[in-house]
Design a protein around this ligand. Sequence first.
Ligand code: ADP
Ligand code: MG
Length: 271
Amino acid sequence: MLVVKNLSVRYWGASDYALKNISFTARPGELVLIAGPSGSGKTTLAHTIAGFIPFFYKADVLGEVLIFGKNPVKEGIKALLGLVSFVGQDPEMFTTSLTVFEEIALPLINLGYPKDLILKRVHEISRMLRIDNLLNKLITELSAGQLQKVSLASALAIDPKVLVLDEPLARLDKLTAKSVSILLRKIVENDKIVLVFEHHLDEVLPLADKVLVLKNGKKVCEGKPHDVIHYLRDVDVPEISESFLLAGFDNPPLTVDEAVKYYDSIKKRMV
Ligand code: ADP
Ligand code: MG
């Protein structure tokens, strides 16, 4: 269980709080989407949950974060080792290895996994993400989208209970964004908690169990994807929803499939 309770964060030297009294919970099996426009506090929240604030980024923190009993605000990233994996919005700032293989293997090496298990996990994960053809490449040779997937593979390698992803879809083309979103859904079904901080919502919104919308550091709403769609109008809504919203629909479909079902039901009513 992950609990964020009355969390407020003010960076040192800043006059205003970047996060204001945020509370929410996430349970194993839940994909939680934290959406909000640029500057709304997504990265600050991700960094606080992942144990970087107030240690790497100095800040005053009020309230509490508890992840399966661990307190990252008090204990930092060390307390989360093996439990939480984080992928930042600029993966190139976090990569430390020369090759893709090393990058994916590193968290396993750090946790002292035996060599044969490391090899097995790296191959499993890279096949799952369809990057097994990249294992011998240099990190510097990768495209932004490939690097995003390698970072995700590295985060998944240790099979963490909690995955915290800051804008994992921002650099991906539509098709890859969709396949990564479906993969995240599958991971969650394995009793994990996945927190996705995003403002590219087309692919991931329909797959989320719960959505929080942030604005100016405040949580302005929380609910199922269909319940929060109106709050997302100035962030991003799926293209298909946009046209229904413009036509004045209160509860627009979020996917093409839903739109087709909706039209079918109208057709049936007309005959
Ligand atoms: P988002 O990820 O939604 O774009 P951020 O969490 O990055 O939002 O930013 C929220 C607010 O905090 C912004 O006003 C931003 O300028 C400020 N901020 C972010 N990082 C820092 C920092 N290291 N020091 C001071 N202010 C920061
Ligand atoms: Mg951000």
